[in-house]
Design a protein around this ligand. Structure first.
Ligand SMILES: Cc1cc2nc3c(=O)[nH]c(=O)nc-3n(C[C@H](O)[C@H](O)[C@H](O)COP(=O)(O)O)c2cc1C
Length: 132
């Protein structure tokens, strides 16, 4: 799809400010990140826990899996219990952890905990999901 007048410049500027590791995933024709996978099992609170994901991986290798949304403050207040919230099996890859939050600093700290915990292919941010 061709970009409209002016859009190409905007997309080039967007590409410029992206961290280097994300640049291959940027689609300049539309200004969006390319989806990493064609098919995903969507994140679902109270459903996509590690047991559900393990079962889904048994059904197909060809999908990205997501954790349930984990609220950022949960991780920040329960740093000693990260296995409860972030624990997963190797077979679940590719696996994205979904973080929920609205404070950029707090979400950033929670994302750093996920990165340090390790094993996730993606950190997905949910900034507007109402869980209740
Ligand atoms: C029970 C349930 C829980 C959900 N929890 C989340 C969630 O934690 N995070 C999220 O981004 N979307 C959540 N969703 C939305 C789904 O991920 C998905 O986007 C939605 O069901 C639409 O999917 P569809 O476009 O394939 O119909 C939830 C949906 C359901 C039904």
């Amino acid at each position: 799809m061709a970009a409209c007048d002016g859009e190409e410049d905007r997309h080039a500027r967007q590409l410029d400010i992206l961290p280097v590791s994300f640049r291959d995933a940027f689609d300049e024709s539309c200004g969006n990140l390319k989806p990493a996978h064609t098919l995903s099992i969507a994140p679902m609170m109270e459903w996509t826990d590690r047991h559900y994901r393990y079962m889904m991986r048994g059904l197909t290798r060809h999908t990205q899996l997501y954790t349930e949304m984990i609220v950022d403050s949960t991780l920040l207040h329960r740093r000693e219990d990260l296995d409860i919230f972030l624990g997963h099996d190797e077979c679940e890859h590719p696996l994205a952890v979904q973080l929920g939050g609205s404070d950029p600093v707090q979400v950033g700290e929670a994302a750093a905990l996920c990165e340090a915990y390790g094993g996730f292919n993606e950190i997905n941010l949910n900034v507007r999901y109402a869980s209740r």
